[in-house]
Write a protein that binds this ligand. Structure first.
Ligand SMILES: Nc1ncnc2c1ncn2[C@@H]1O[C@H](COP(=O)(O)OP(=O)(O)O)[C@@H](O)[C@H]1O
Ligand SMILES: [Mg+2]
Length: 390
């Protein structure tokens, strides 16, 4: 088929041609939005799952929905190597000023918005200035330099305007597990305060499977503060639709067996589905995709994954972290005990605990339960085993 028309989109957060299998989360969020218009405020939402399951895509989808429904929305992505709180804080303030400006245009609320924009700018400028340096900022309101105070002040002011308008302020945070600890603590505290005081402020977060425990470790009340949802692979029916619907829209079709082969090989993982879909589209000579096409597409798709999706994590690891990951793969278990991984390396658990911790911090692996370890990337163990045998 014509590659120029290929609808499939393997890549981080790229809008898929058919967003399948997330009805529950989308309906739950829609209800939150509908209720917010009646000043009936629910908890925020947290989406967690492995890499490539479609968290970013879903988060973006929810944010767009909220924006269409008149919410003030901003989105930020945390990074593990962020140069600390200053960078994220600056990003937050700047994004907020932009959104407020957009909101001000669509809602014709010049005056109230100008005040909020000035407050958001002050928040950005408060970066790195401790309370002792407050006098450095003469022309900006607020910003004490204390993140908890500044954030609360900002959210309270914005919430007051949003509440009057019968709308809400949604802060969408991707890779939330990587958020600077101080900022995360401040955000959770403000969300907590917001629900007590009925401010229309909602945190919607997405991140790795470790995210719920990162939140609970940061603030004990975080457990009750959000509606948590695990984002997993798609069911076979949804996975089949994710492939078949876009093809059908272009007048093509799969044979049943061909579709089964791709669905099975993908394990229902959205990233893999996009990669296999892209491959079969480019390979197929006619508009009915058959089993020969499917087998070739699996081969081609795996090659593409081995050249991009997997190495993009692998190359981020240090030599020692790679040794640890190789040992984890060689155990052949999906979530072995840490001791078992150390033994595979011929070492003791304590002597490798620093590598383990740094690999966790980089989001390469995570601890599904105390003392156990697992990859954050589906299929990573197979990829590593393939590397070692070559
Ligand atoms: N529900 C879905 N149905 C079909 N494809 C999806 C779905 N969600 C995501 N995708 C596709 O999967 C890939 C990975 O999505 P992404 O949101 O980046 O995952 P994550 O953030 O969990 O790593 C992208 O190519 C995206 O288009
Ligand atoms: Mg993502």
């Amino acid at each position: 088929m014509d590659p120029a028309l290929n609808p499939f989109k393997p890549g981080s957060g790229l809008r898929p041609p058919a967003l399948e299998g997330r009805t529950r989360q989308r309906e739950e969020f829609d209800l939150l939005v509908v209720r917010s218009k009646r000043r009936n405020y629910d908890r925020g939402m947290v989406l967690s799952g492995l890499r490539g399951v479609g968290k970013t895509t879903l988060l973006n989808n929810l944010a767009e929905h909220a924006e269409r429904q008149g919410w003030l929305t901003i989105g930020i992505e945390a990074r593990p190597n962020d140069s600390g709180i200053a960078a994220v804080r600056a990003k937050l303030g700047n994004e907020l000023a932009l959104s407020l400006r957009r909101f001000s245009r669509t809602h014709r609320l010049r005056k109230a918005m100008d005040e909020l924009i000035a407050l958001a700018k002050g928040f950005t400028l408060g970066v790195g200035l401790g309370p002792a340096n407050v006098e450095l900022r003469i022309d900006q309101p607020a910003a004490s330099g204390d993140i908890d105070i500044d954030l609360e002040e900002l959210v309270e002011a914005i919430s007051a305007v949003m509440k009057k308008q019968g709308t809400a302020f949604g802060l969408f945070i991707d890779e939330m597990q990587d958020l600077d600890g101080d900022l995360l603590g401040a955000l959770l505290a403000v969300q907590h305060r917001a629900s007590q005081r009925e401010w229309p402020f909602f945190l919607i977060g997405a991140g790795l499977p470790s995210l719920p425990s990162v939140l609970a470790d940061t603030r004990s009340y975080a457990e009750r503060q959000f509606s948590y949802s695990t984002i997993g692979p798609l069911s076979p029916t949804d996975a089949a639709d994710a492939l078949a619907i876009p093809v059908r829209e272009h007048g093509g079709a799969f044979t049943t067996d061909a579709l089964d082969i791709l669905v099975e090989a993908s394990g229902g993982y959205p990233y893999f589905l996009q990669e296999f879909g892209k491959a079969i589209w480019n390979i197929a000579a006619s508009s009915t995709f058959d089993t020969d096409d499917a087998h070739l597409a699996v081969e081609d798709g795996r090659r593409a994954l081995d050249g991009g999706f997997f190495p993009s994590r692998w190359t981020r690891a240090t030599d020692r972290e790679r040794r640890y990951m190789r040992a984890l793969a060689l155990t052949g278990e999906s979530n072995p005990r840490s001791g078992r991984v150390a033994a595979e390396m011929g070492l003791t658990t304590t002597s490798v605990s620093d590598i383990r911790d740094s690999a966790i911090k980089k989001g390469l692996i995570w601890a599904p339960e105390h003392g156990r370890i697992s990859f954050t990337v589906p299929g990573m163990a197979d990829f590593i085993r393939r590397q070692s045998t070559e």
